[in-house]
Write a protein that binds this ligand. Structure first.
Ligand SMILES: Nc1ncnc2c1ncn2[C@@H]1O[C@H](COP(=O)(O)OP(=O)(O)OP(=O)(O)O)[C@@H](O)[C@H]1O
Length: 245
């Protein structure tokens, strides 16, 4: 379970995360959606202990990330792609990550199998396609068999087949009972994947709930988003009621 509560992040006078609260639950894919610059990565970086909040809390299974002893056993994450040295092979990269968290070596081959990279285990990462790189990032996130997964824009730049693979894989992970939080600016794509949706714009949560709740009377989550943000900016809303968090 992920619990974000009244999170605020300021850079000097600028508030980039503004009183954000939401929960991502086990067994569900939660889509954290919003346009570029909305504050998604800033929120996730705080959740993963890479940045400090100005105020508020971000907890994984009830505790801050930084207080986890061996974090990869609890939460697996991918921010900004696989983050691997291109000169390394997939297996040596994963072995290195596993060692840093006291994860047994045999798990490396298990995760390579899980993401369909067994045949590329000895290929240098610099020769990977974008989709293979994303799979490698997900493999690293799964090393500790964590209950919680946090993925920042995992479908960015992928072709339709790569996007479909991620979508089905996220579903499988949630069906195993894991908490899956995935950010994206591709609302239409995420609507196919997410059970729950949190929409952020300008650092604030503008809607949160099940995908059906957020959609409301609109044809899609994306339409609901435009209606809600148009209301905020004083433009005609197209008759939407919307859902306030
Ligand atoms: N270190 C920083 N100093 C100043 N402003 C920052 C800093 N980091 C992020 N920002 C600003 O905070 C806002 C939110 O950025 P963030 O990366 O969280 O958005 P995002 O929703 O993840 O969008 P994207 O998908 O484009 O990364 C942006 O306007 C960004 O310019």
């Amino acid at each position: 379970m992920i619990e974000i509560s009244h999170l605020v992040k300021r850079h000097r006078a600028r508030t980039v995360v503004d009183d954000v609260s939401f929960t991502a639950r086990p067994g569900r894919v939660t889509g954290f959606l919003g346009p570029n610059g909305a504050g998604k990565s800033s929120t996730l970086r705080i959740l993963l202990g890479l940045d400090r909040a100005t105020s508020g809390t971000a907890l994984v299974d009830g505790v801050p990330y930084r207080s986890l002893d061996r974090p990869l056993w609890t939460v697996g994450a991918m921010l900004d792609g696989p983050g691997a040295n291109p000169g390394r092979t997939a297996r040596s990269h994963l072995t290195w990550v596993a060692q840093s968290n006291a994860i047994p070596r045999r798990r490396v081959d298990e995760v390579l199998d899980l993401v369909g990279l067994r045949d590329a285990a000895r290929t240098r990462i610099g020769r990977f396609s974008l989709g293979m790189g994303q799979r490698l990032g997900i493999a690293a996130a799964l090393l500790g068999d964590p209950e919680v997964l946090v993925l920042d824009e995992p479908t960015n730049g992928l072709d339709p087949e790569g996007i479909r693979w991620i979508r089905l894989f996220l579903r499988t992970l949630a069906d195993e009972g894991r908490t899956v939080l995935v950010s994206s600016h591709l609302m239409a794509e995420m609507e196919k994947t997410a059970d729950d949706v949190v929409i952020i714009a300008g650092g604030r949560v503008v809607a949160a709930g099940s995908a059906a709740e957020v959609r409301g009377e609109h044809d899609s989550v994306e339409e609901a988003f435009f209606a809600l943000t148009d209301e905020r900016h004083g433009r005609p809303a197209g008759g939407s009621e919307g859902i306030a968090p």
